[in-house]
Design a protein around this ligand. Structure first.
Ligand SMILES: Cc1ncc(COP(=O)(O)O)c(C=O)c1O
Length: 469
């Protein structure tokens, strides 16, 4: 058996597949090794009728979600540490969110805000003006994070009358052609889909762990800012950059937490060159990091904030919120869409924001537990290159060798699959695909989080010993 952390060694070993693993009566329950027969049948149908371009990460078919748990078609219950990619920040189906959506379904499902106004949209816009960073008081609602990114860029171009956008190589801003133009990662996002939006400049994010010169965080931040300044003042860009779009903590890139100096310096740089700062909070925002918006940690106010994922508690949402003069720059009729800001989605969002806001004080305890246990796990497993995170957003970056830092995406995948057999839904991430990321509900009971972390360590040990599933 692999060497165990001190705390883990004293804990009761969670049982193998077939029995529930619980510290205090709460936990996953595996009744048949996943994928069970019903999940297998569902996946066979997927192969037949759904595009191969849509890759399914976990070989199970889900039938319900309750708070921190999901249940598959074969009756297995998992702790959901992915939240449908960062959506279920307050767990699956918070009661008040479901009630509000149901009540709205009984009143008005759709009319389109370009046809006539309706209360939930305007109420949500007013709510955003209260919760957004100071001065960002006008909003536009759309159907996804990608669509919100598209509109943020349109607004920034209309306001600055400039075309170029600076983004980051390890960023992710969605799957539309502009979204994939804003990232550097070829596989699987860009390969075969070009040509891309050509007015995009890609720079390096301050990814301290992989700084080629091994510098300290503050130095990495300074070096990256100097490089960005060089890019935006070069003859092919000077005076043409409308906006810099940045995630306050990179999500798909592998939960890269920037040095605290980075965003204040970026803000300064934007101001010096008349460039807008677009803050993409689709993954890190809405309470996930312990503040409403992750950029609050960096004491920086953006010009435009992009939101999505968690905002409507499980319904499809994208938001663009900005300074009024910026949001009003496009000509009337220049923005819109049939379903954006749908009444049911907005009614759900108004409740989900309240539920998340009330749960934010709980994040500090989840963060302390995650940090402590993951650092313990990292310190006893040399294939964990780095443990990093903030709030309820943590990742393990796996490497083949701590010295060379060669990425190990196969190990991340093996941990993910071993986790599934033990009752955990885990997601991978990372520019190199070599991270396992944890996005638990911020209101997860701490004993359940402890159980899940024990199982994660078991999954890592199983993956390392080649017994991943
Ligand atoms: C930071 C960020 N921006 C934008 C998006 C795109 O959002 P959506 O998948 O809702 O289009 C994502 C999705 O993961 C994201 O993480």
């Amino acid at each position: 058996m692999a060497k165990r952390t001190a705390k883990r060694a004293s804990a009761k070993r969670p049982p193998a597949a077939g029995t529930p693993a619980r510290r205090d009566g709460l936990g996953p329950k595996i009744v048949v090794a996943p994928p069970g027969p019903k999940s297998k049948a569902a996946l066979a149908r997927k192969e037949k009728f759904v595009s191969n371009g849509l890759k399914v990460g976990l070989p199970i078919d889900l039938v319900r979600g309750d708070g921190p748990f999901v249940t598959d078609a074969d009756g297995n219950v998992y702790v959901d540490l992915g939240g449908g990619i960062g959506v279920h920040t307050a767990g699956h189906r918070p009661a008040s969110v479901i009630e509000a959506a149901k009540a709205q379904l009984d009143r008005l499902t759709h009319i389109c805000y370009m046809v006539s106004t309706y209360g939930p949209y305007t109420d949500l816009a007013e709510r955003f003006a209260q919760i957004a960073p100071a001065g960002l008081t006008k909003s536009l609602f759309v159907n996804s994070g990608s669509e919100a990114v598209e509109n943020a860029v349109k607004v920034a171009r209309a306001y600055t009358k400039r075309a170029k956008i600076l983004s980051f190589r390890t960023a992710f801003h969605g799957r539309t052609l502009l979204g994939i133009s804003l990232t550097g990662k070829e596989k699987p996002y860009k390969e075969g889909f070009g040509p891309f939006v050509r007015e995009v400049i890609l720079a390096d994010y301050p990814y301290t762990y992989r700084d080629p010169q091994g510098r300290r965080a503050a130095e990495v931040a300074k070096a990256r800012i100097e490089e960005i300044e060089r890019l935006i003042t070069a003859p092919d860009a000077a005076g043409f950059v409308a906006a810099i779009i940045a995630e306050p903590v990179q999500g798909e890139g592998g939960f890269i937490v920037p040095p605290k100096e980075f965003f204040p310096l970026l803000r300064k740089l934007c101001d010096a060159h008349g460039i807008l700062l677009i803050d993409d909070e689709v993954q890190a925002g809405m309470g996930r990091t312990g503040t409403m918006w992750a950029i609050e940690h960096w004491k920086t106010t953006p010009d435009v904030l992009v939101s999505g994922k968690a905002v409507a508690g499980g319904l499809p949402f994208g938001g663009v919120t900005g300074k009024p003069e910026v949001m009003d720059a496009p000509q009337p009729g220049g923005l819109g869409g049939t379903f954006g800001g749908n009444p049911v989605v907005c009614a759900a969002a108004l409740e989900a924001i309240d539920v998340i806001q009330a749960a934010i004080p709980k994040v500090a305890r989840v963060e302390a537990l995650l940090a402590k246990r993951l650092v313990e796990i990292g310190s006893t497993h040399p294939r964990v290159g780095e443990v990093r995170g903030i709030g309820a957003m943590w990742a393990l970056e796996f490497v083949k060798d701590r010295r060379t830092k060669e990425p190990d995406p196969e190990l991340a995948r093996a941990v993910q699959l071993a986790g599934l057999s033990k009752g955990l839904m885990l997601l991978t991430a990372g520019f190199y695909g070599n991270c396992v990321r944890l996005l638990p509900p911020i209101n997860i009971p701490l004993p359940l989080m402890e159980t899940a972390l024990d199982l994660l360590e078991d999954a890592l040990e199983a993956a390392l010993s080649g017994k991943a599933s």
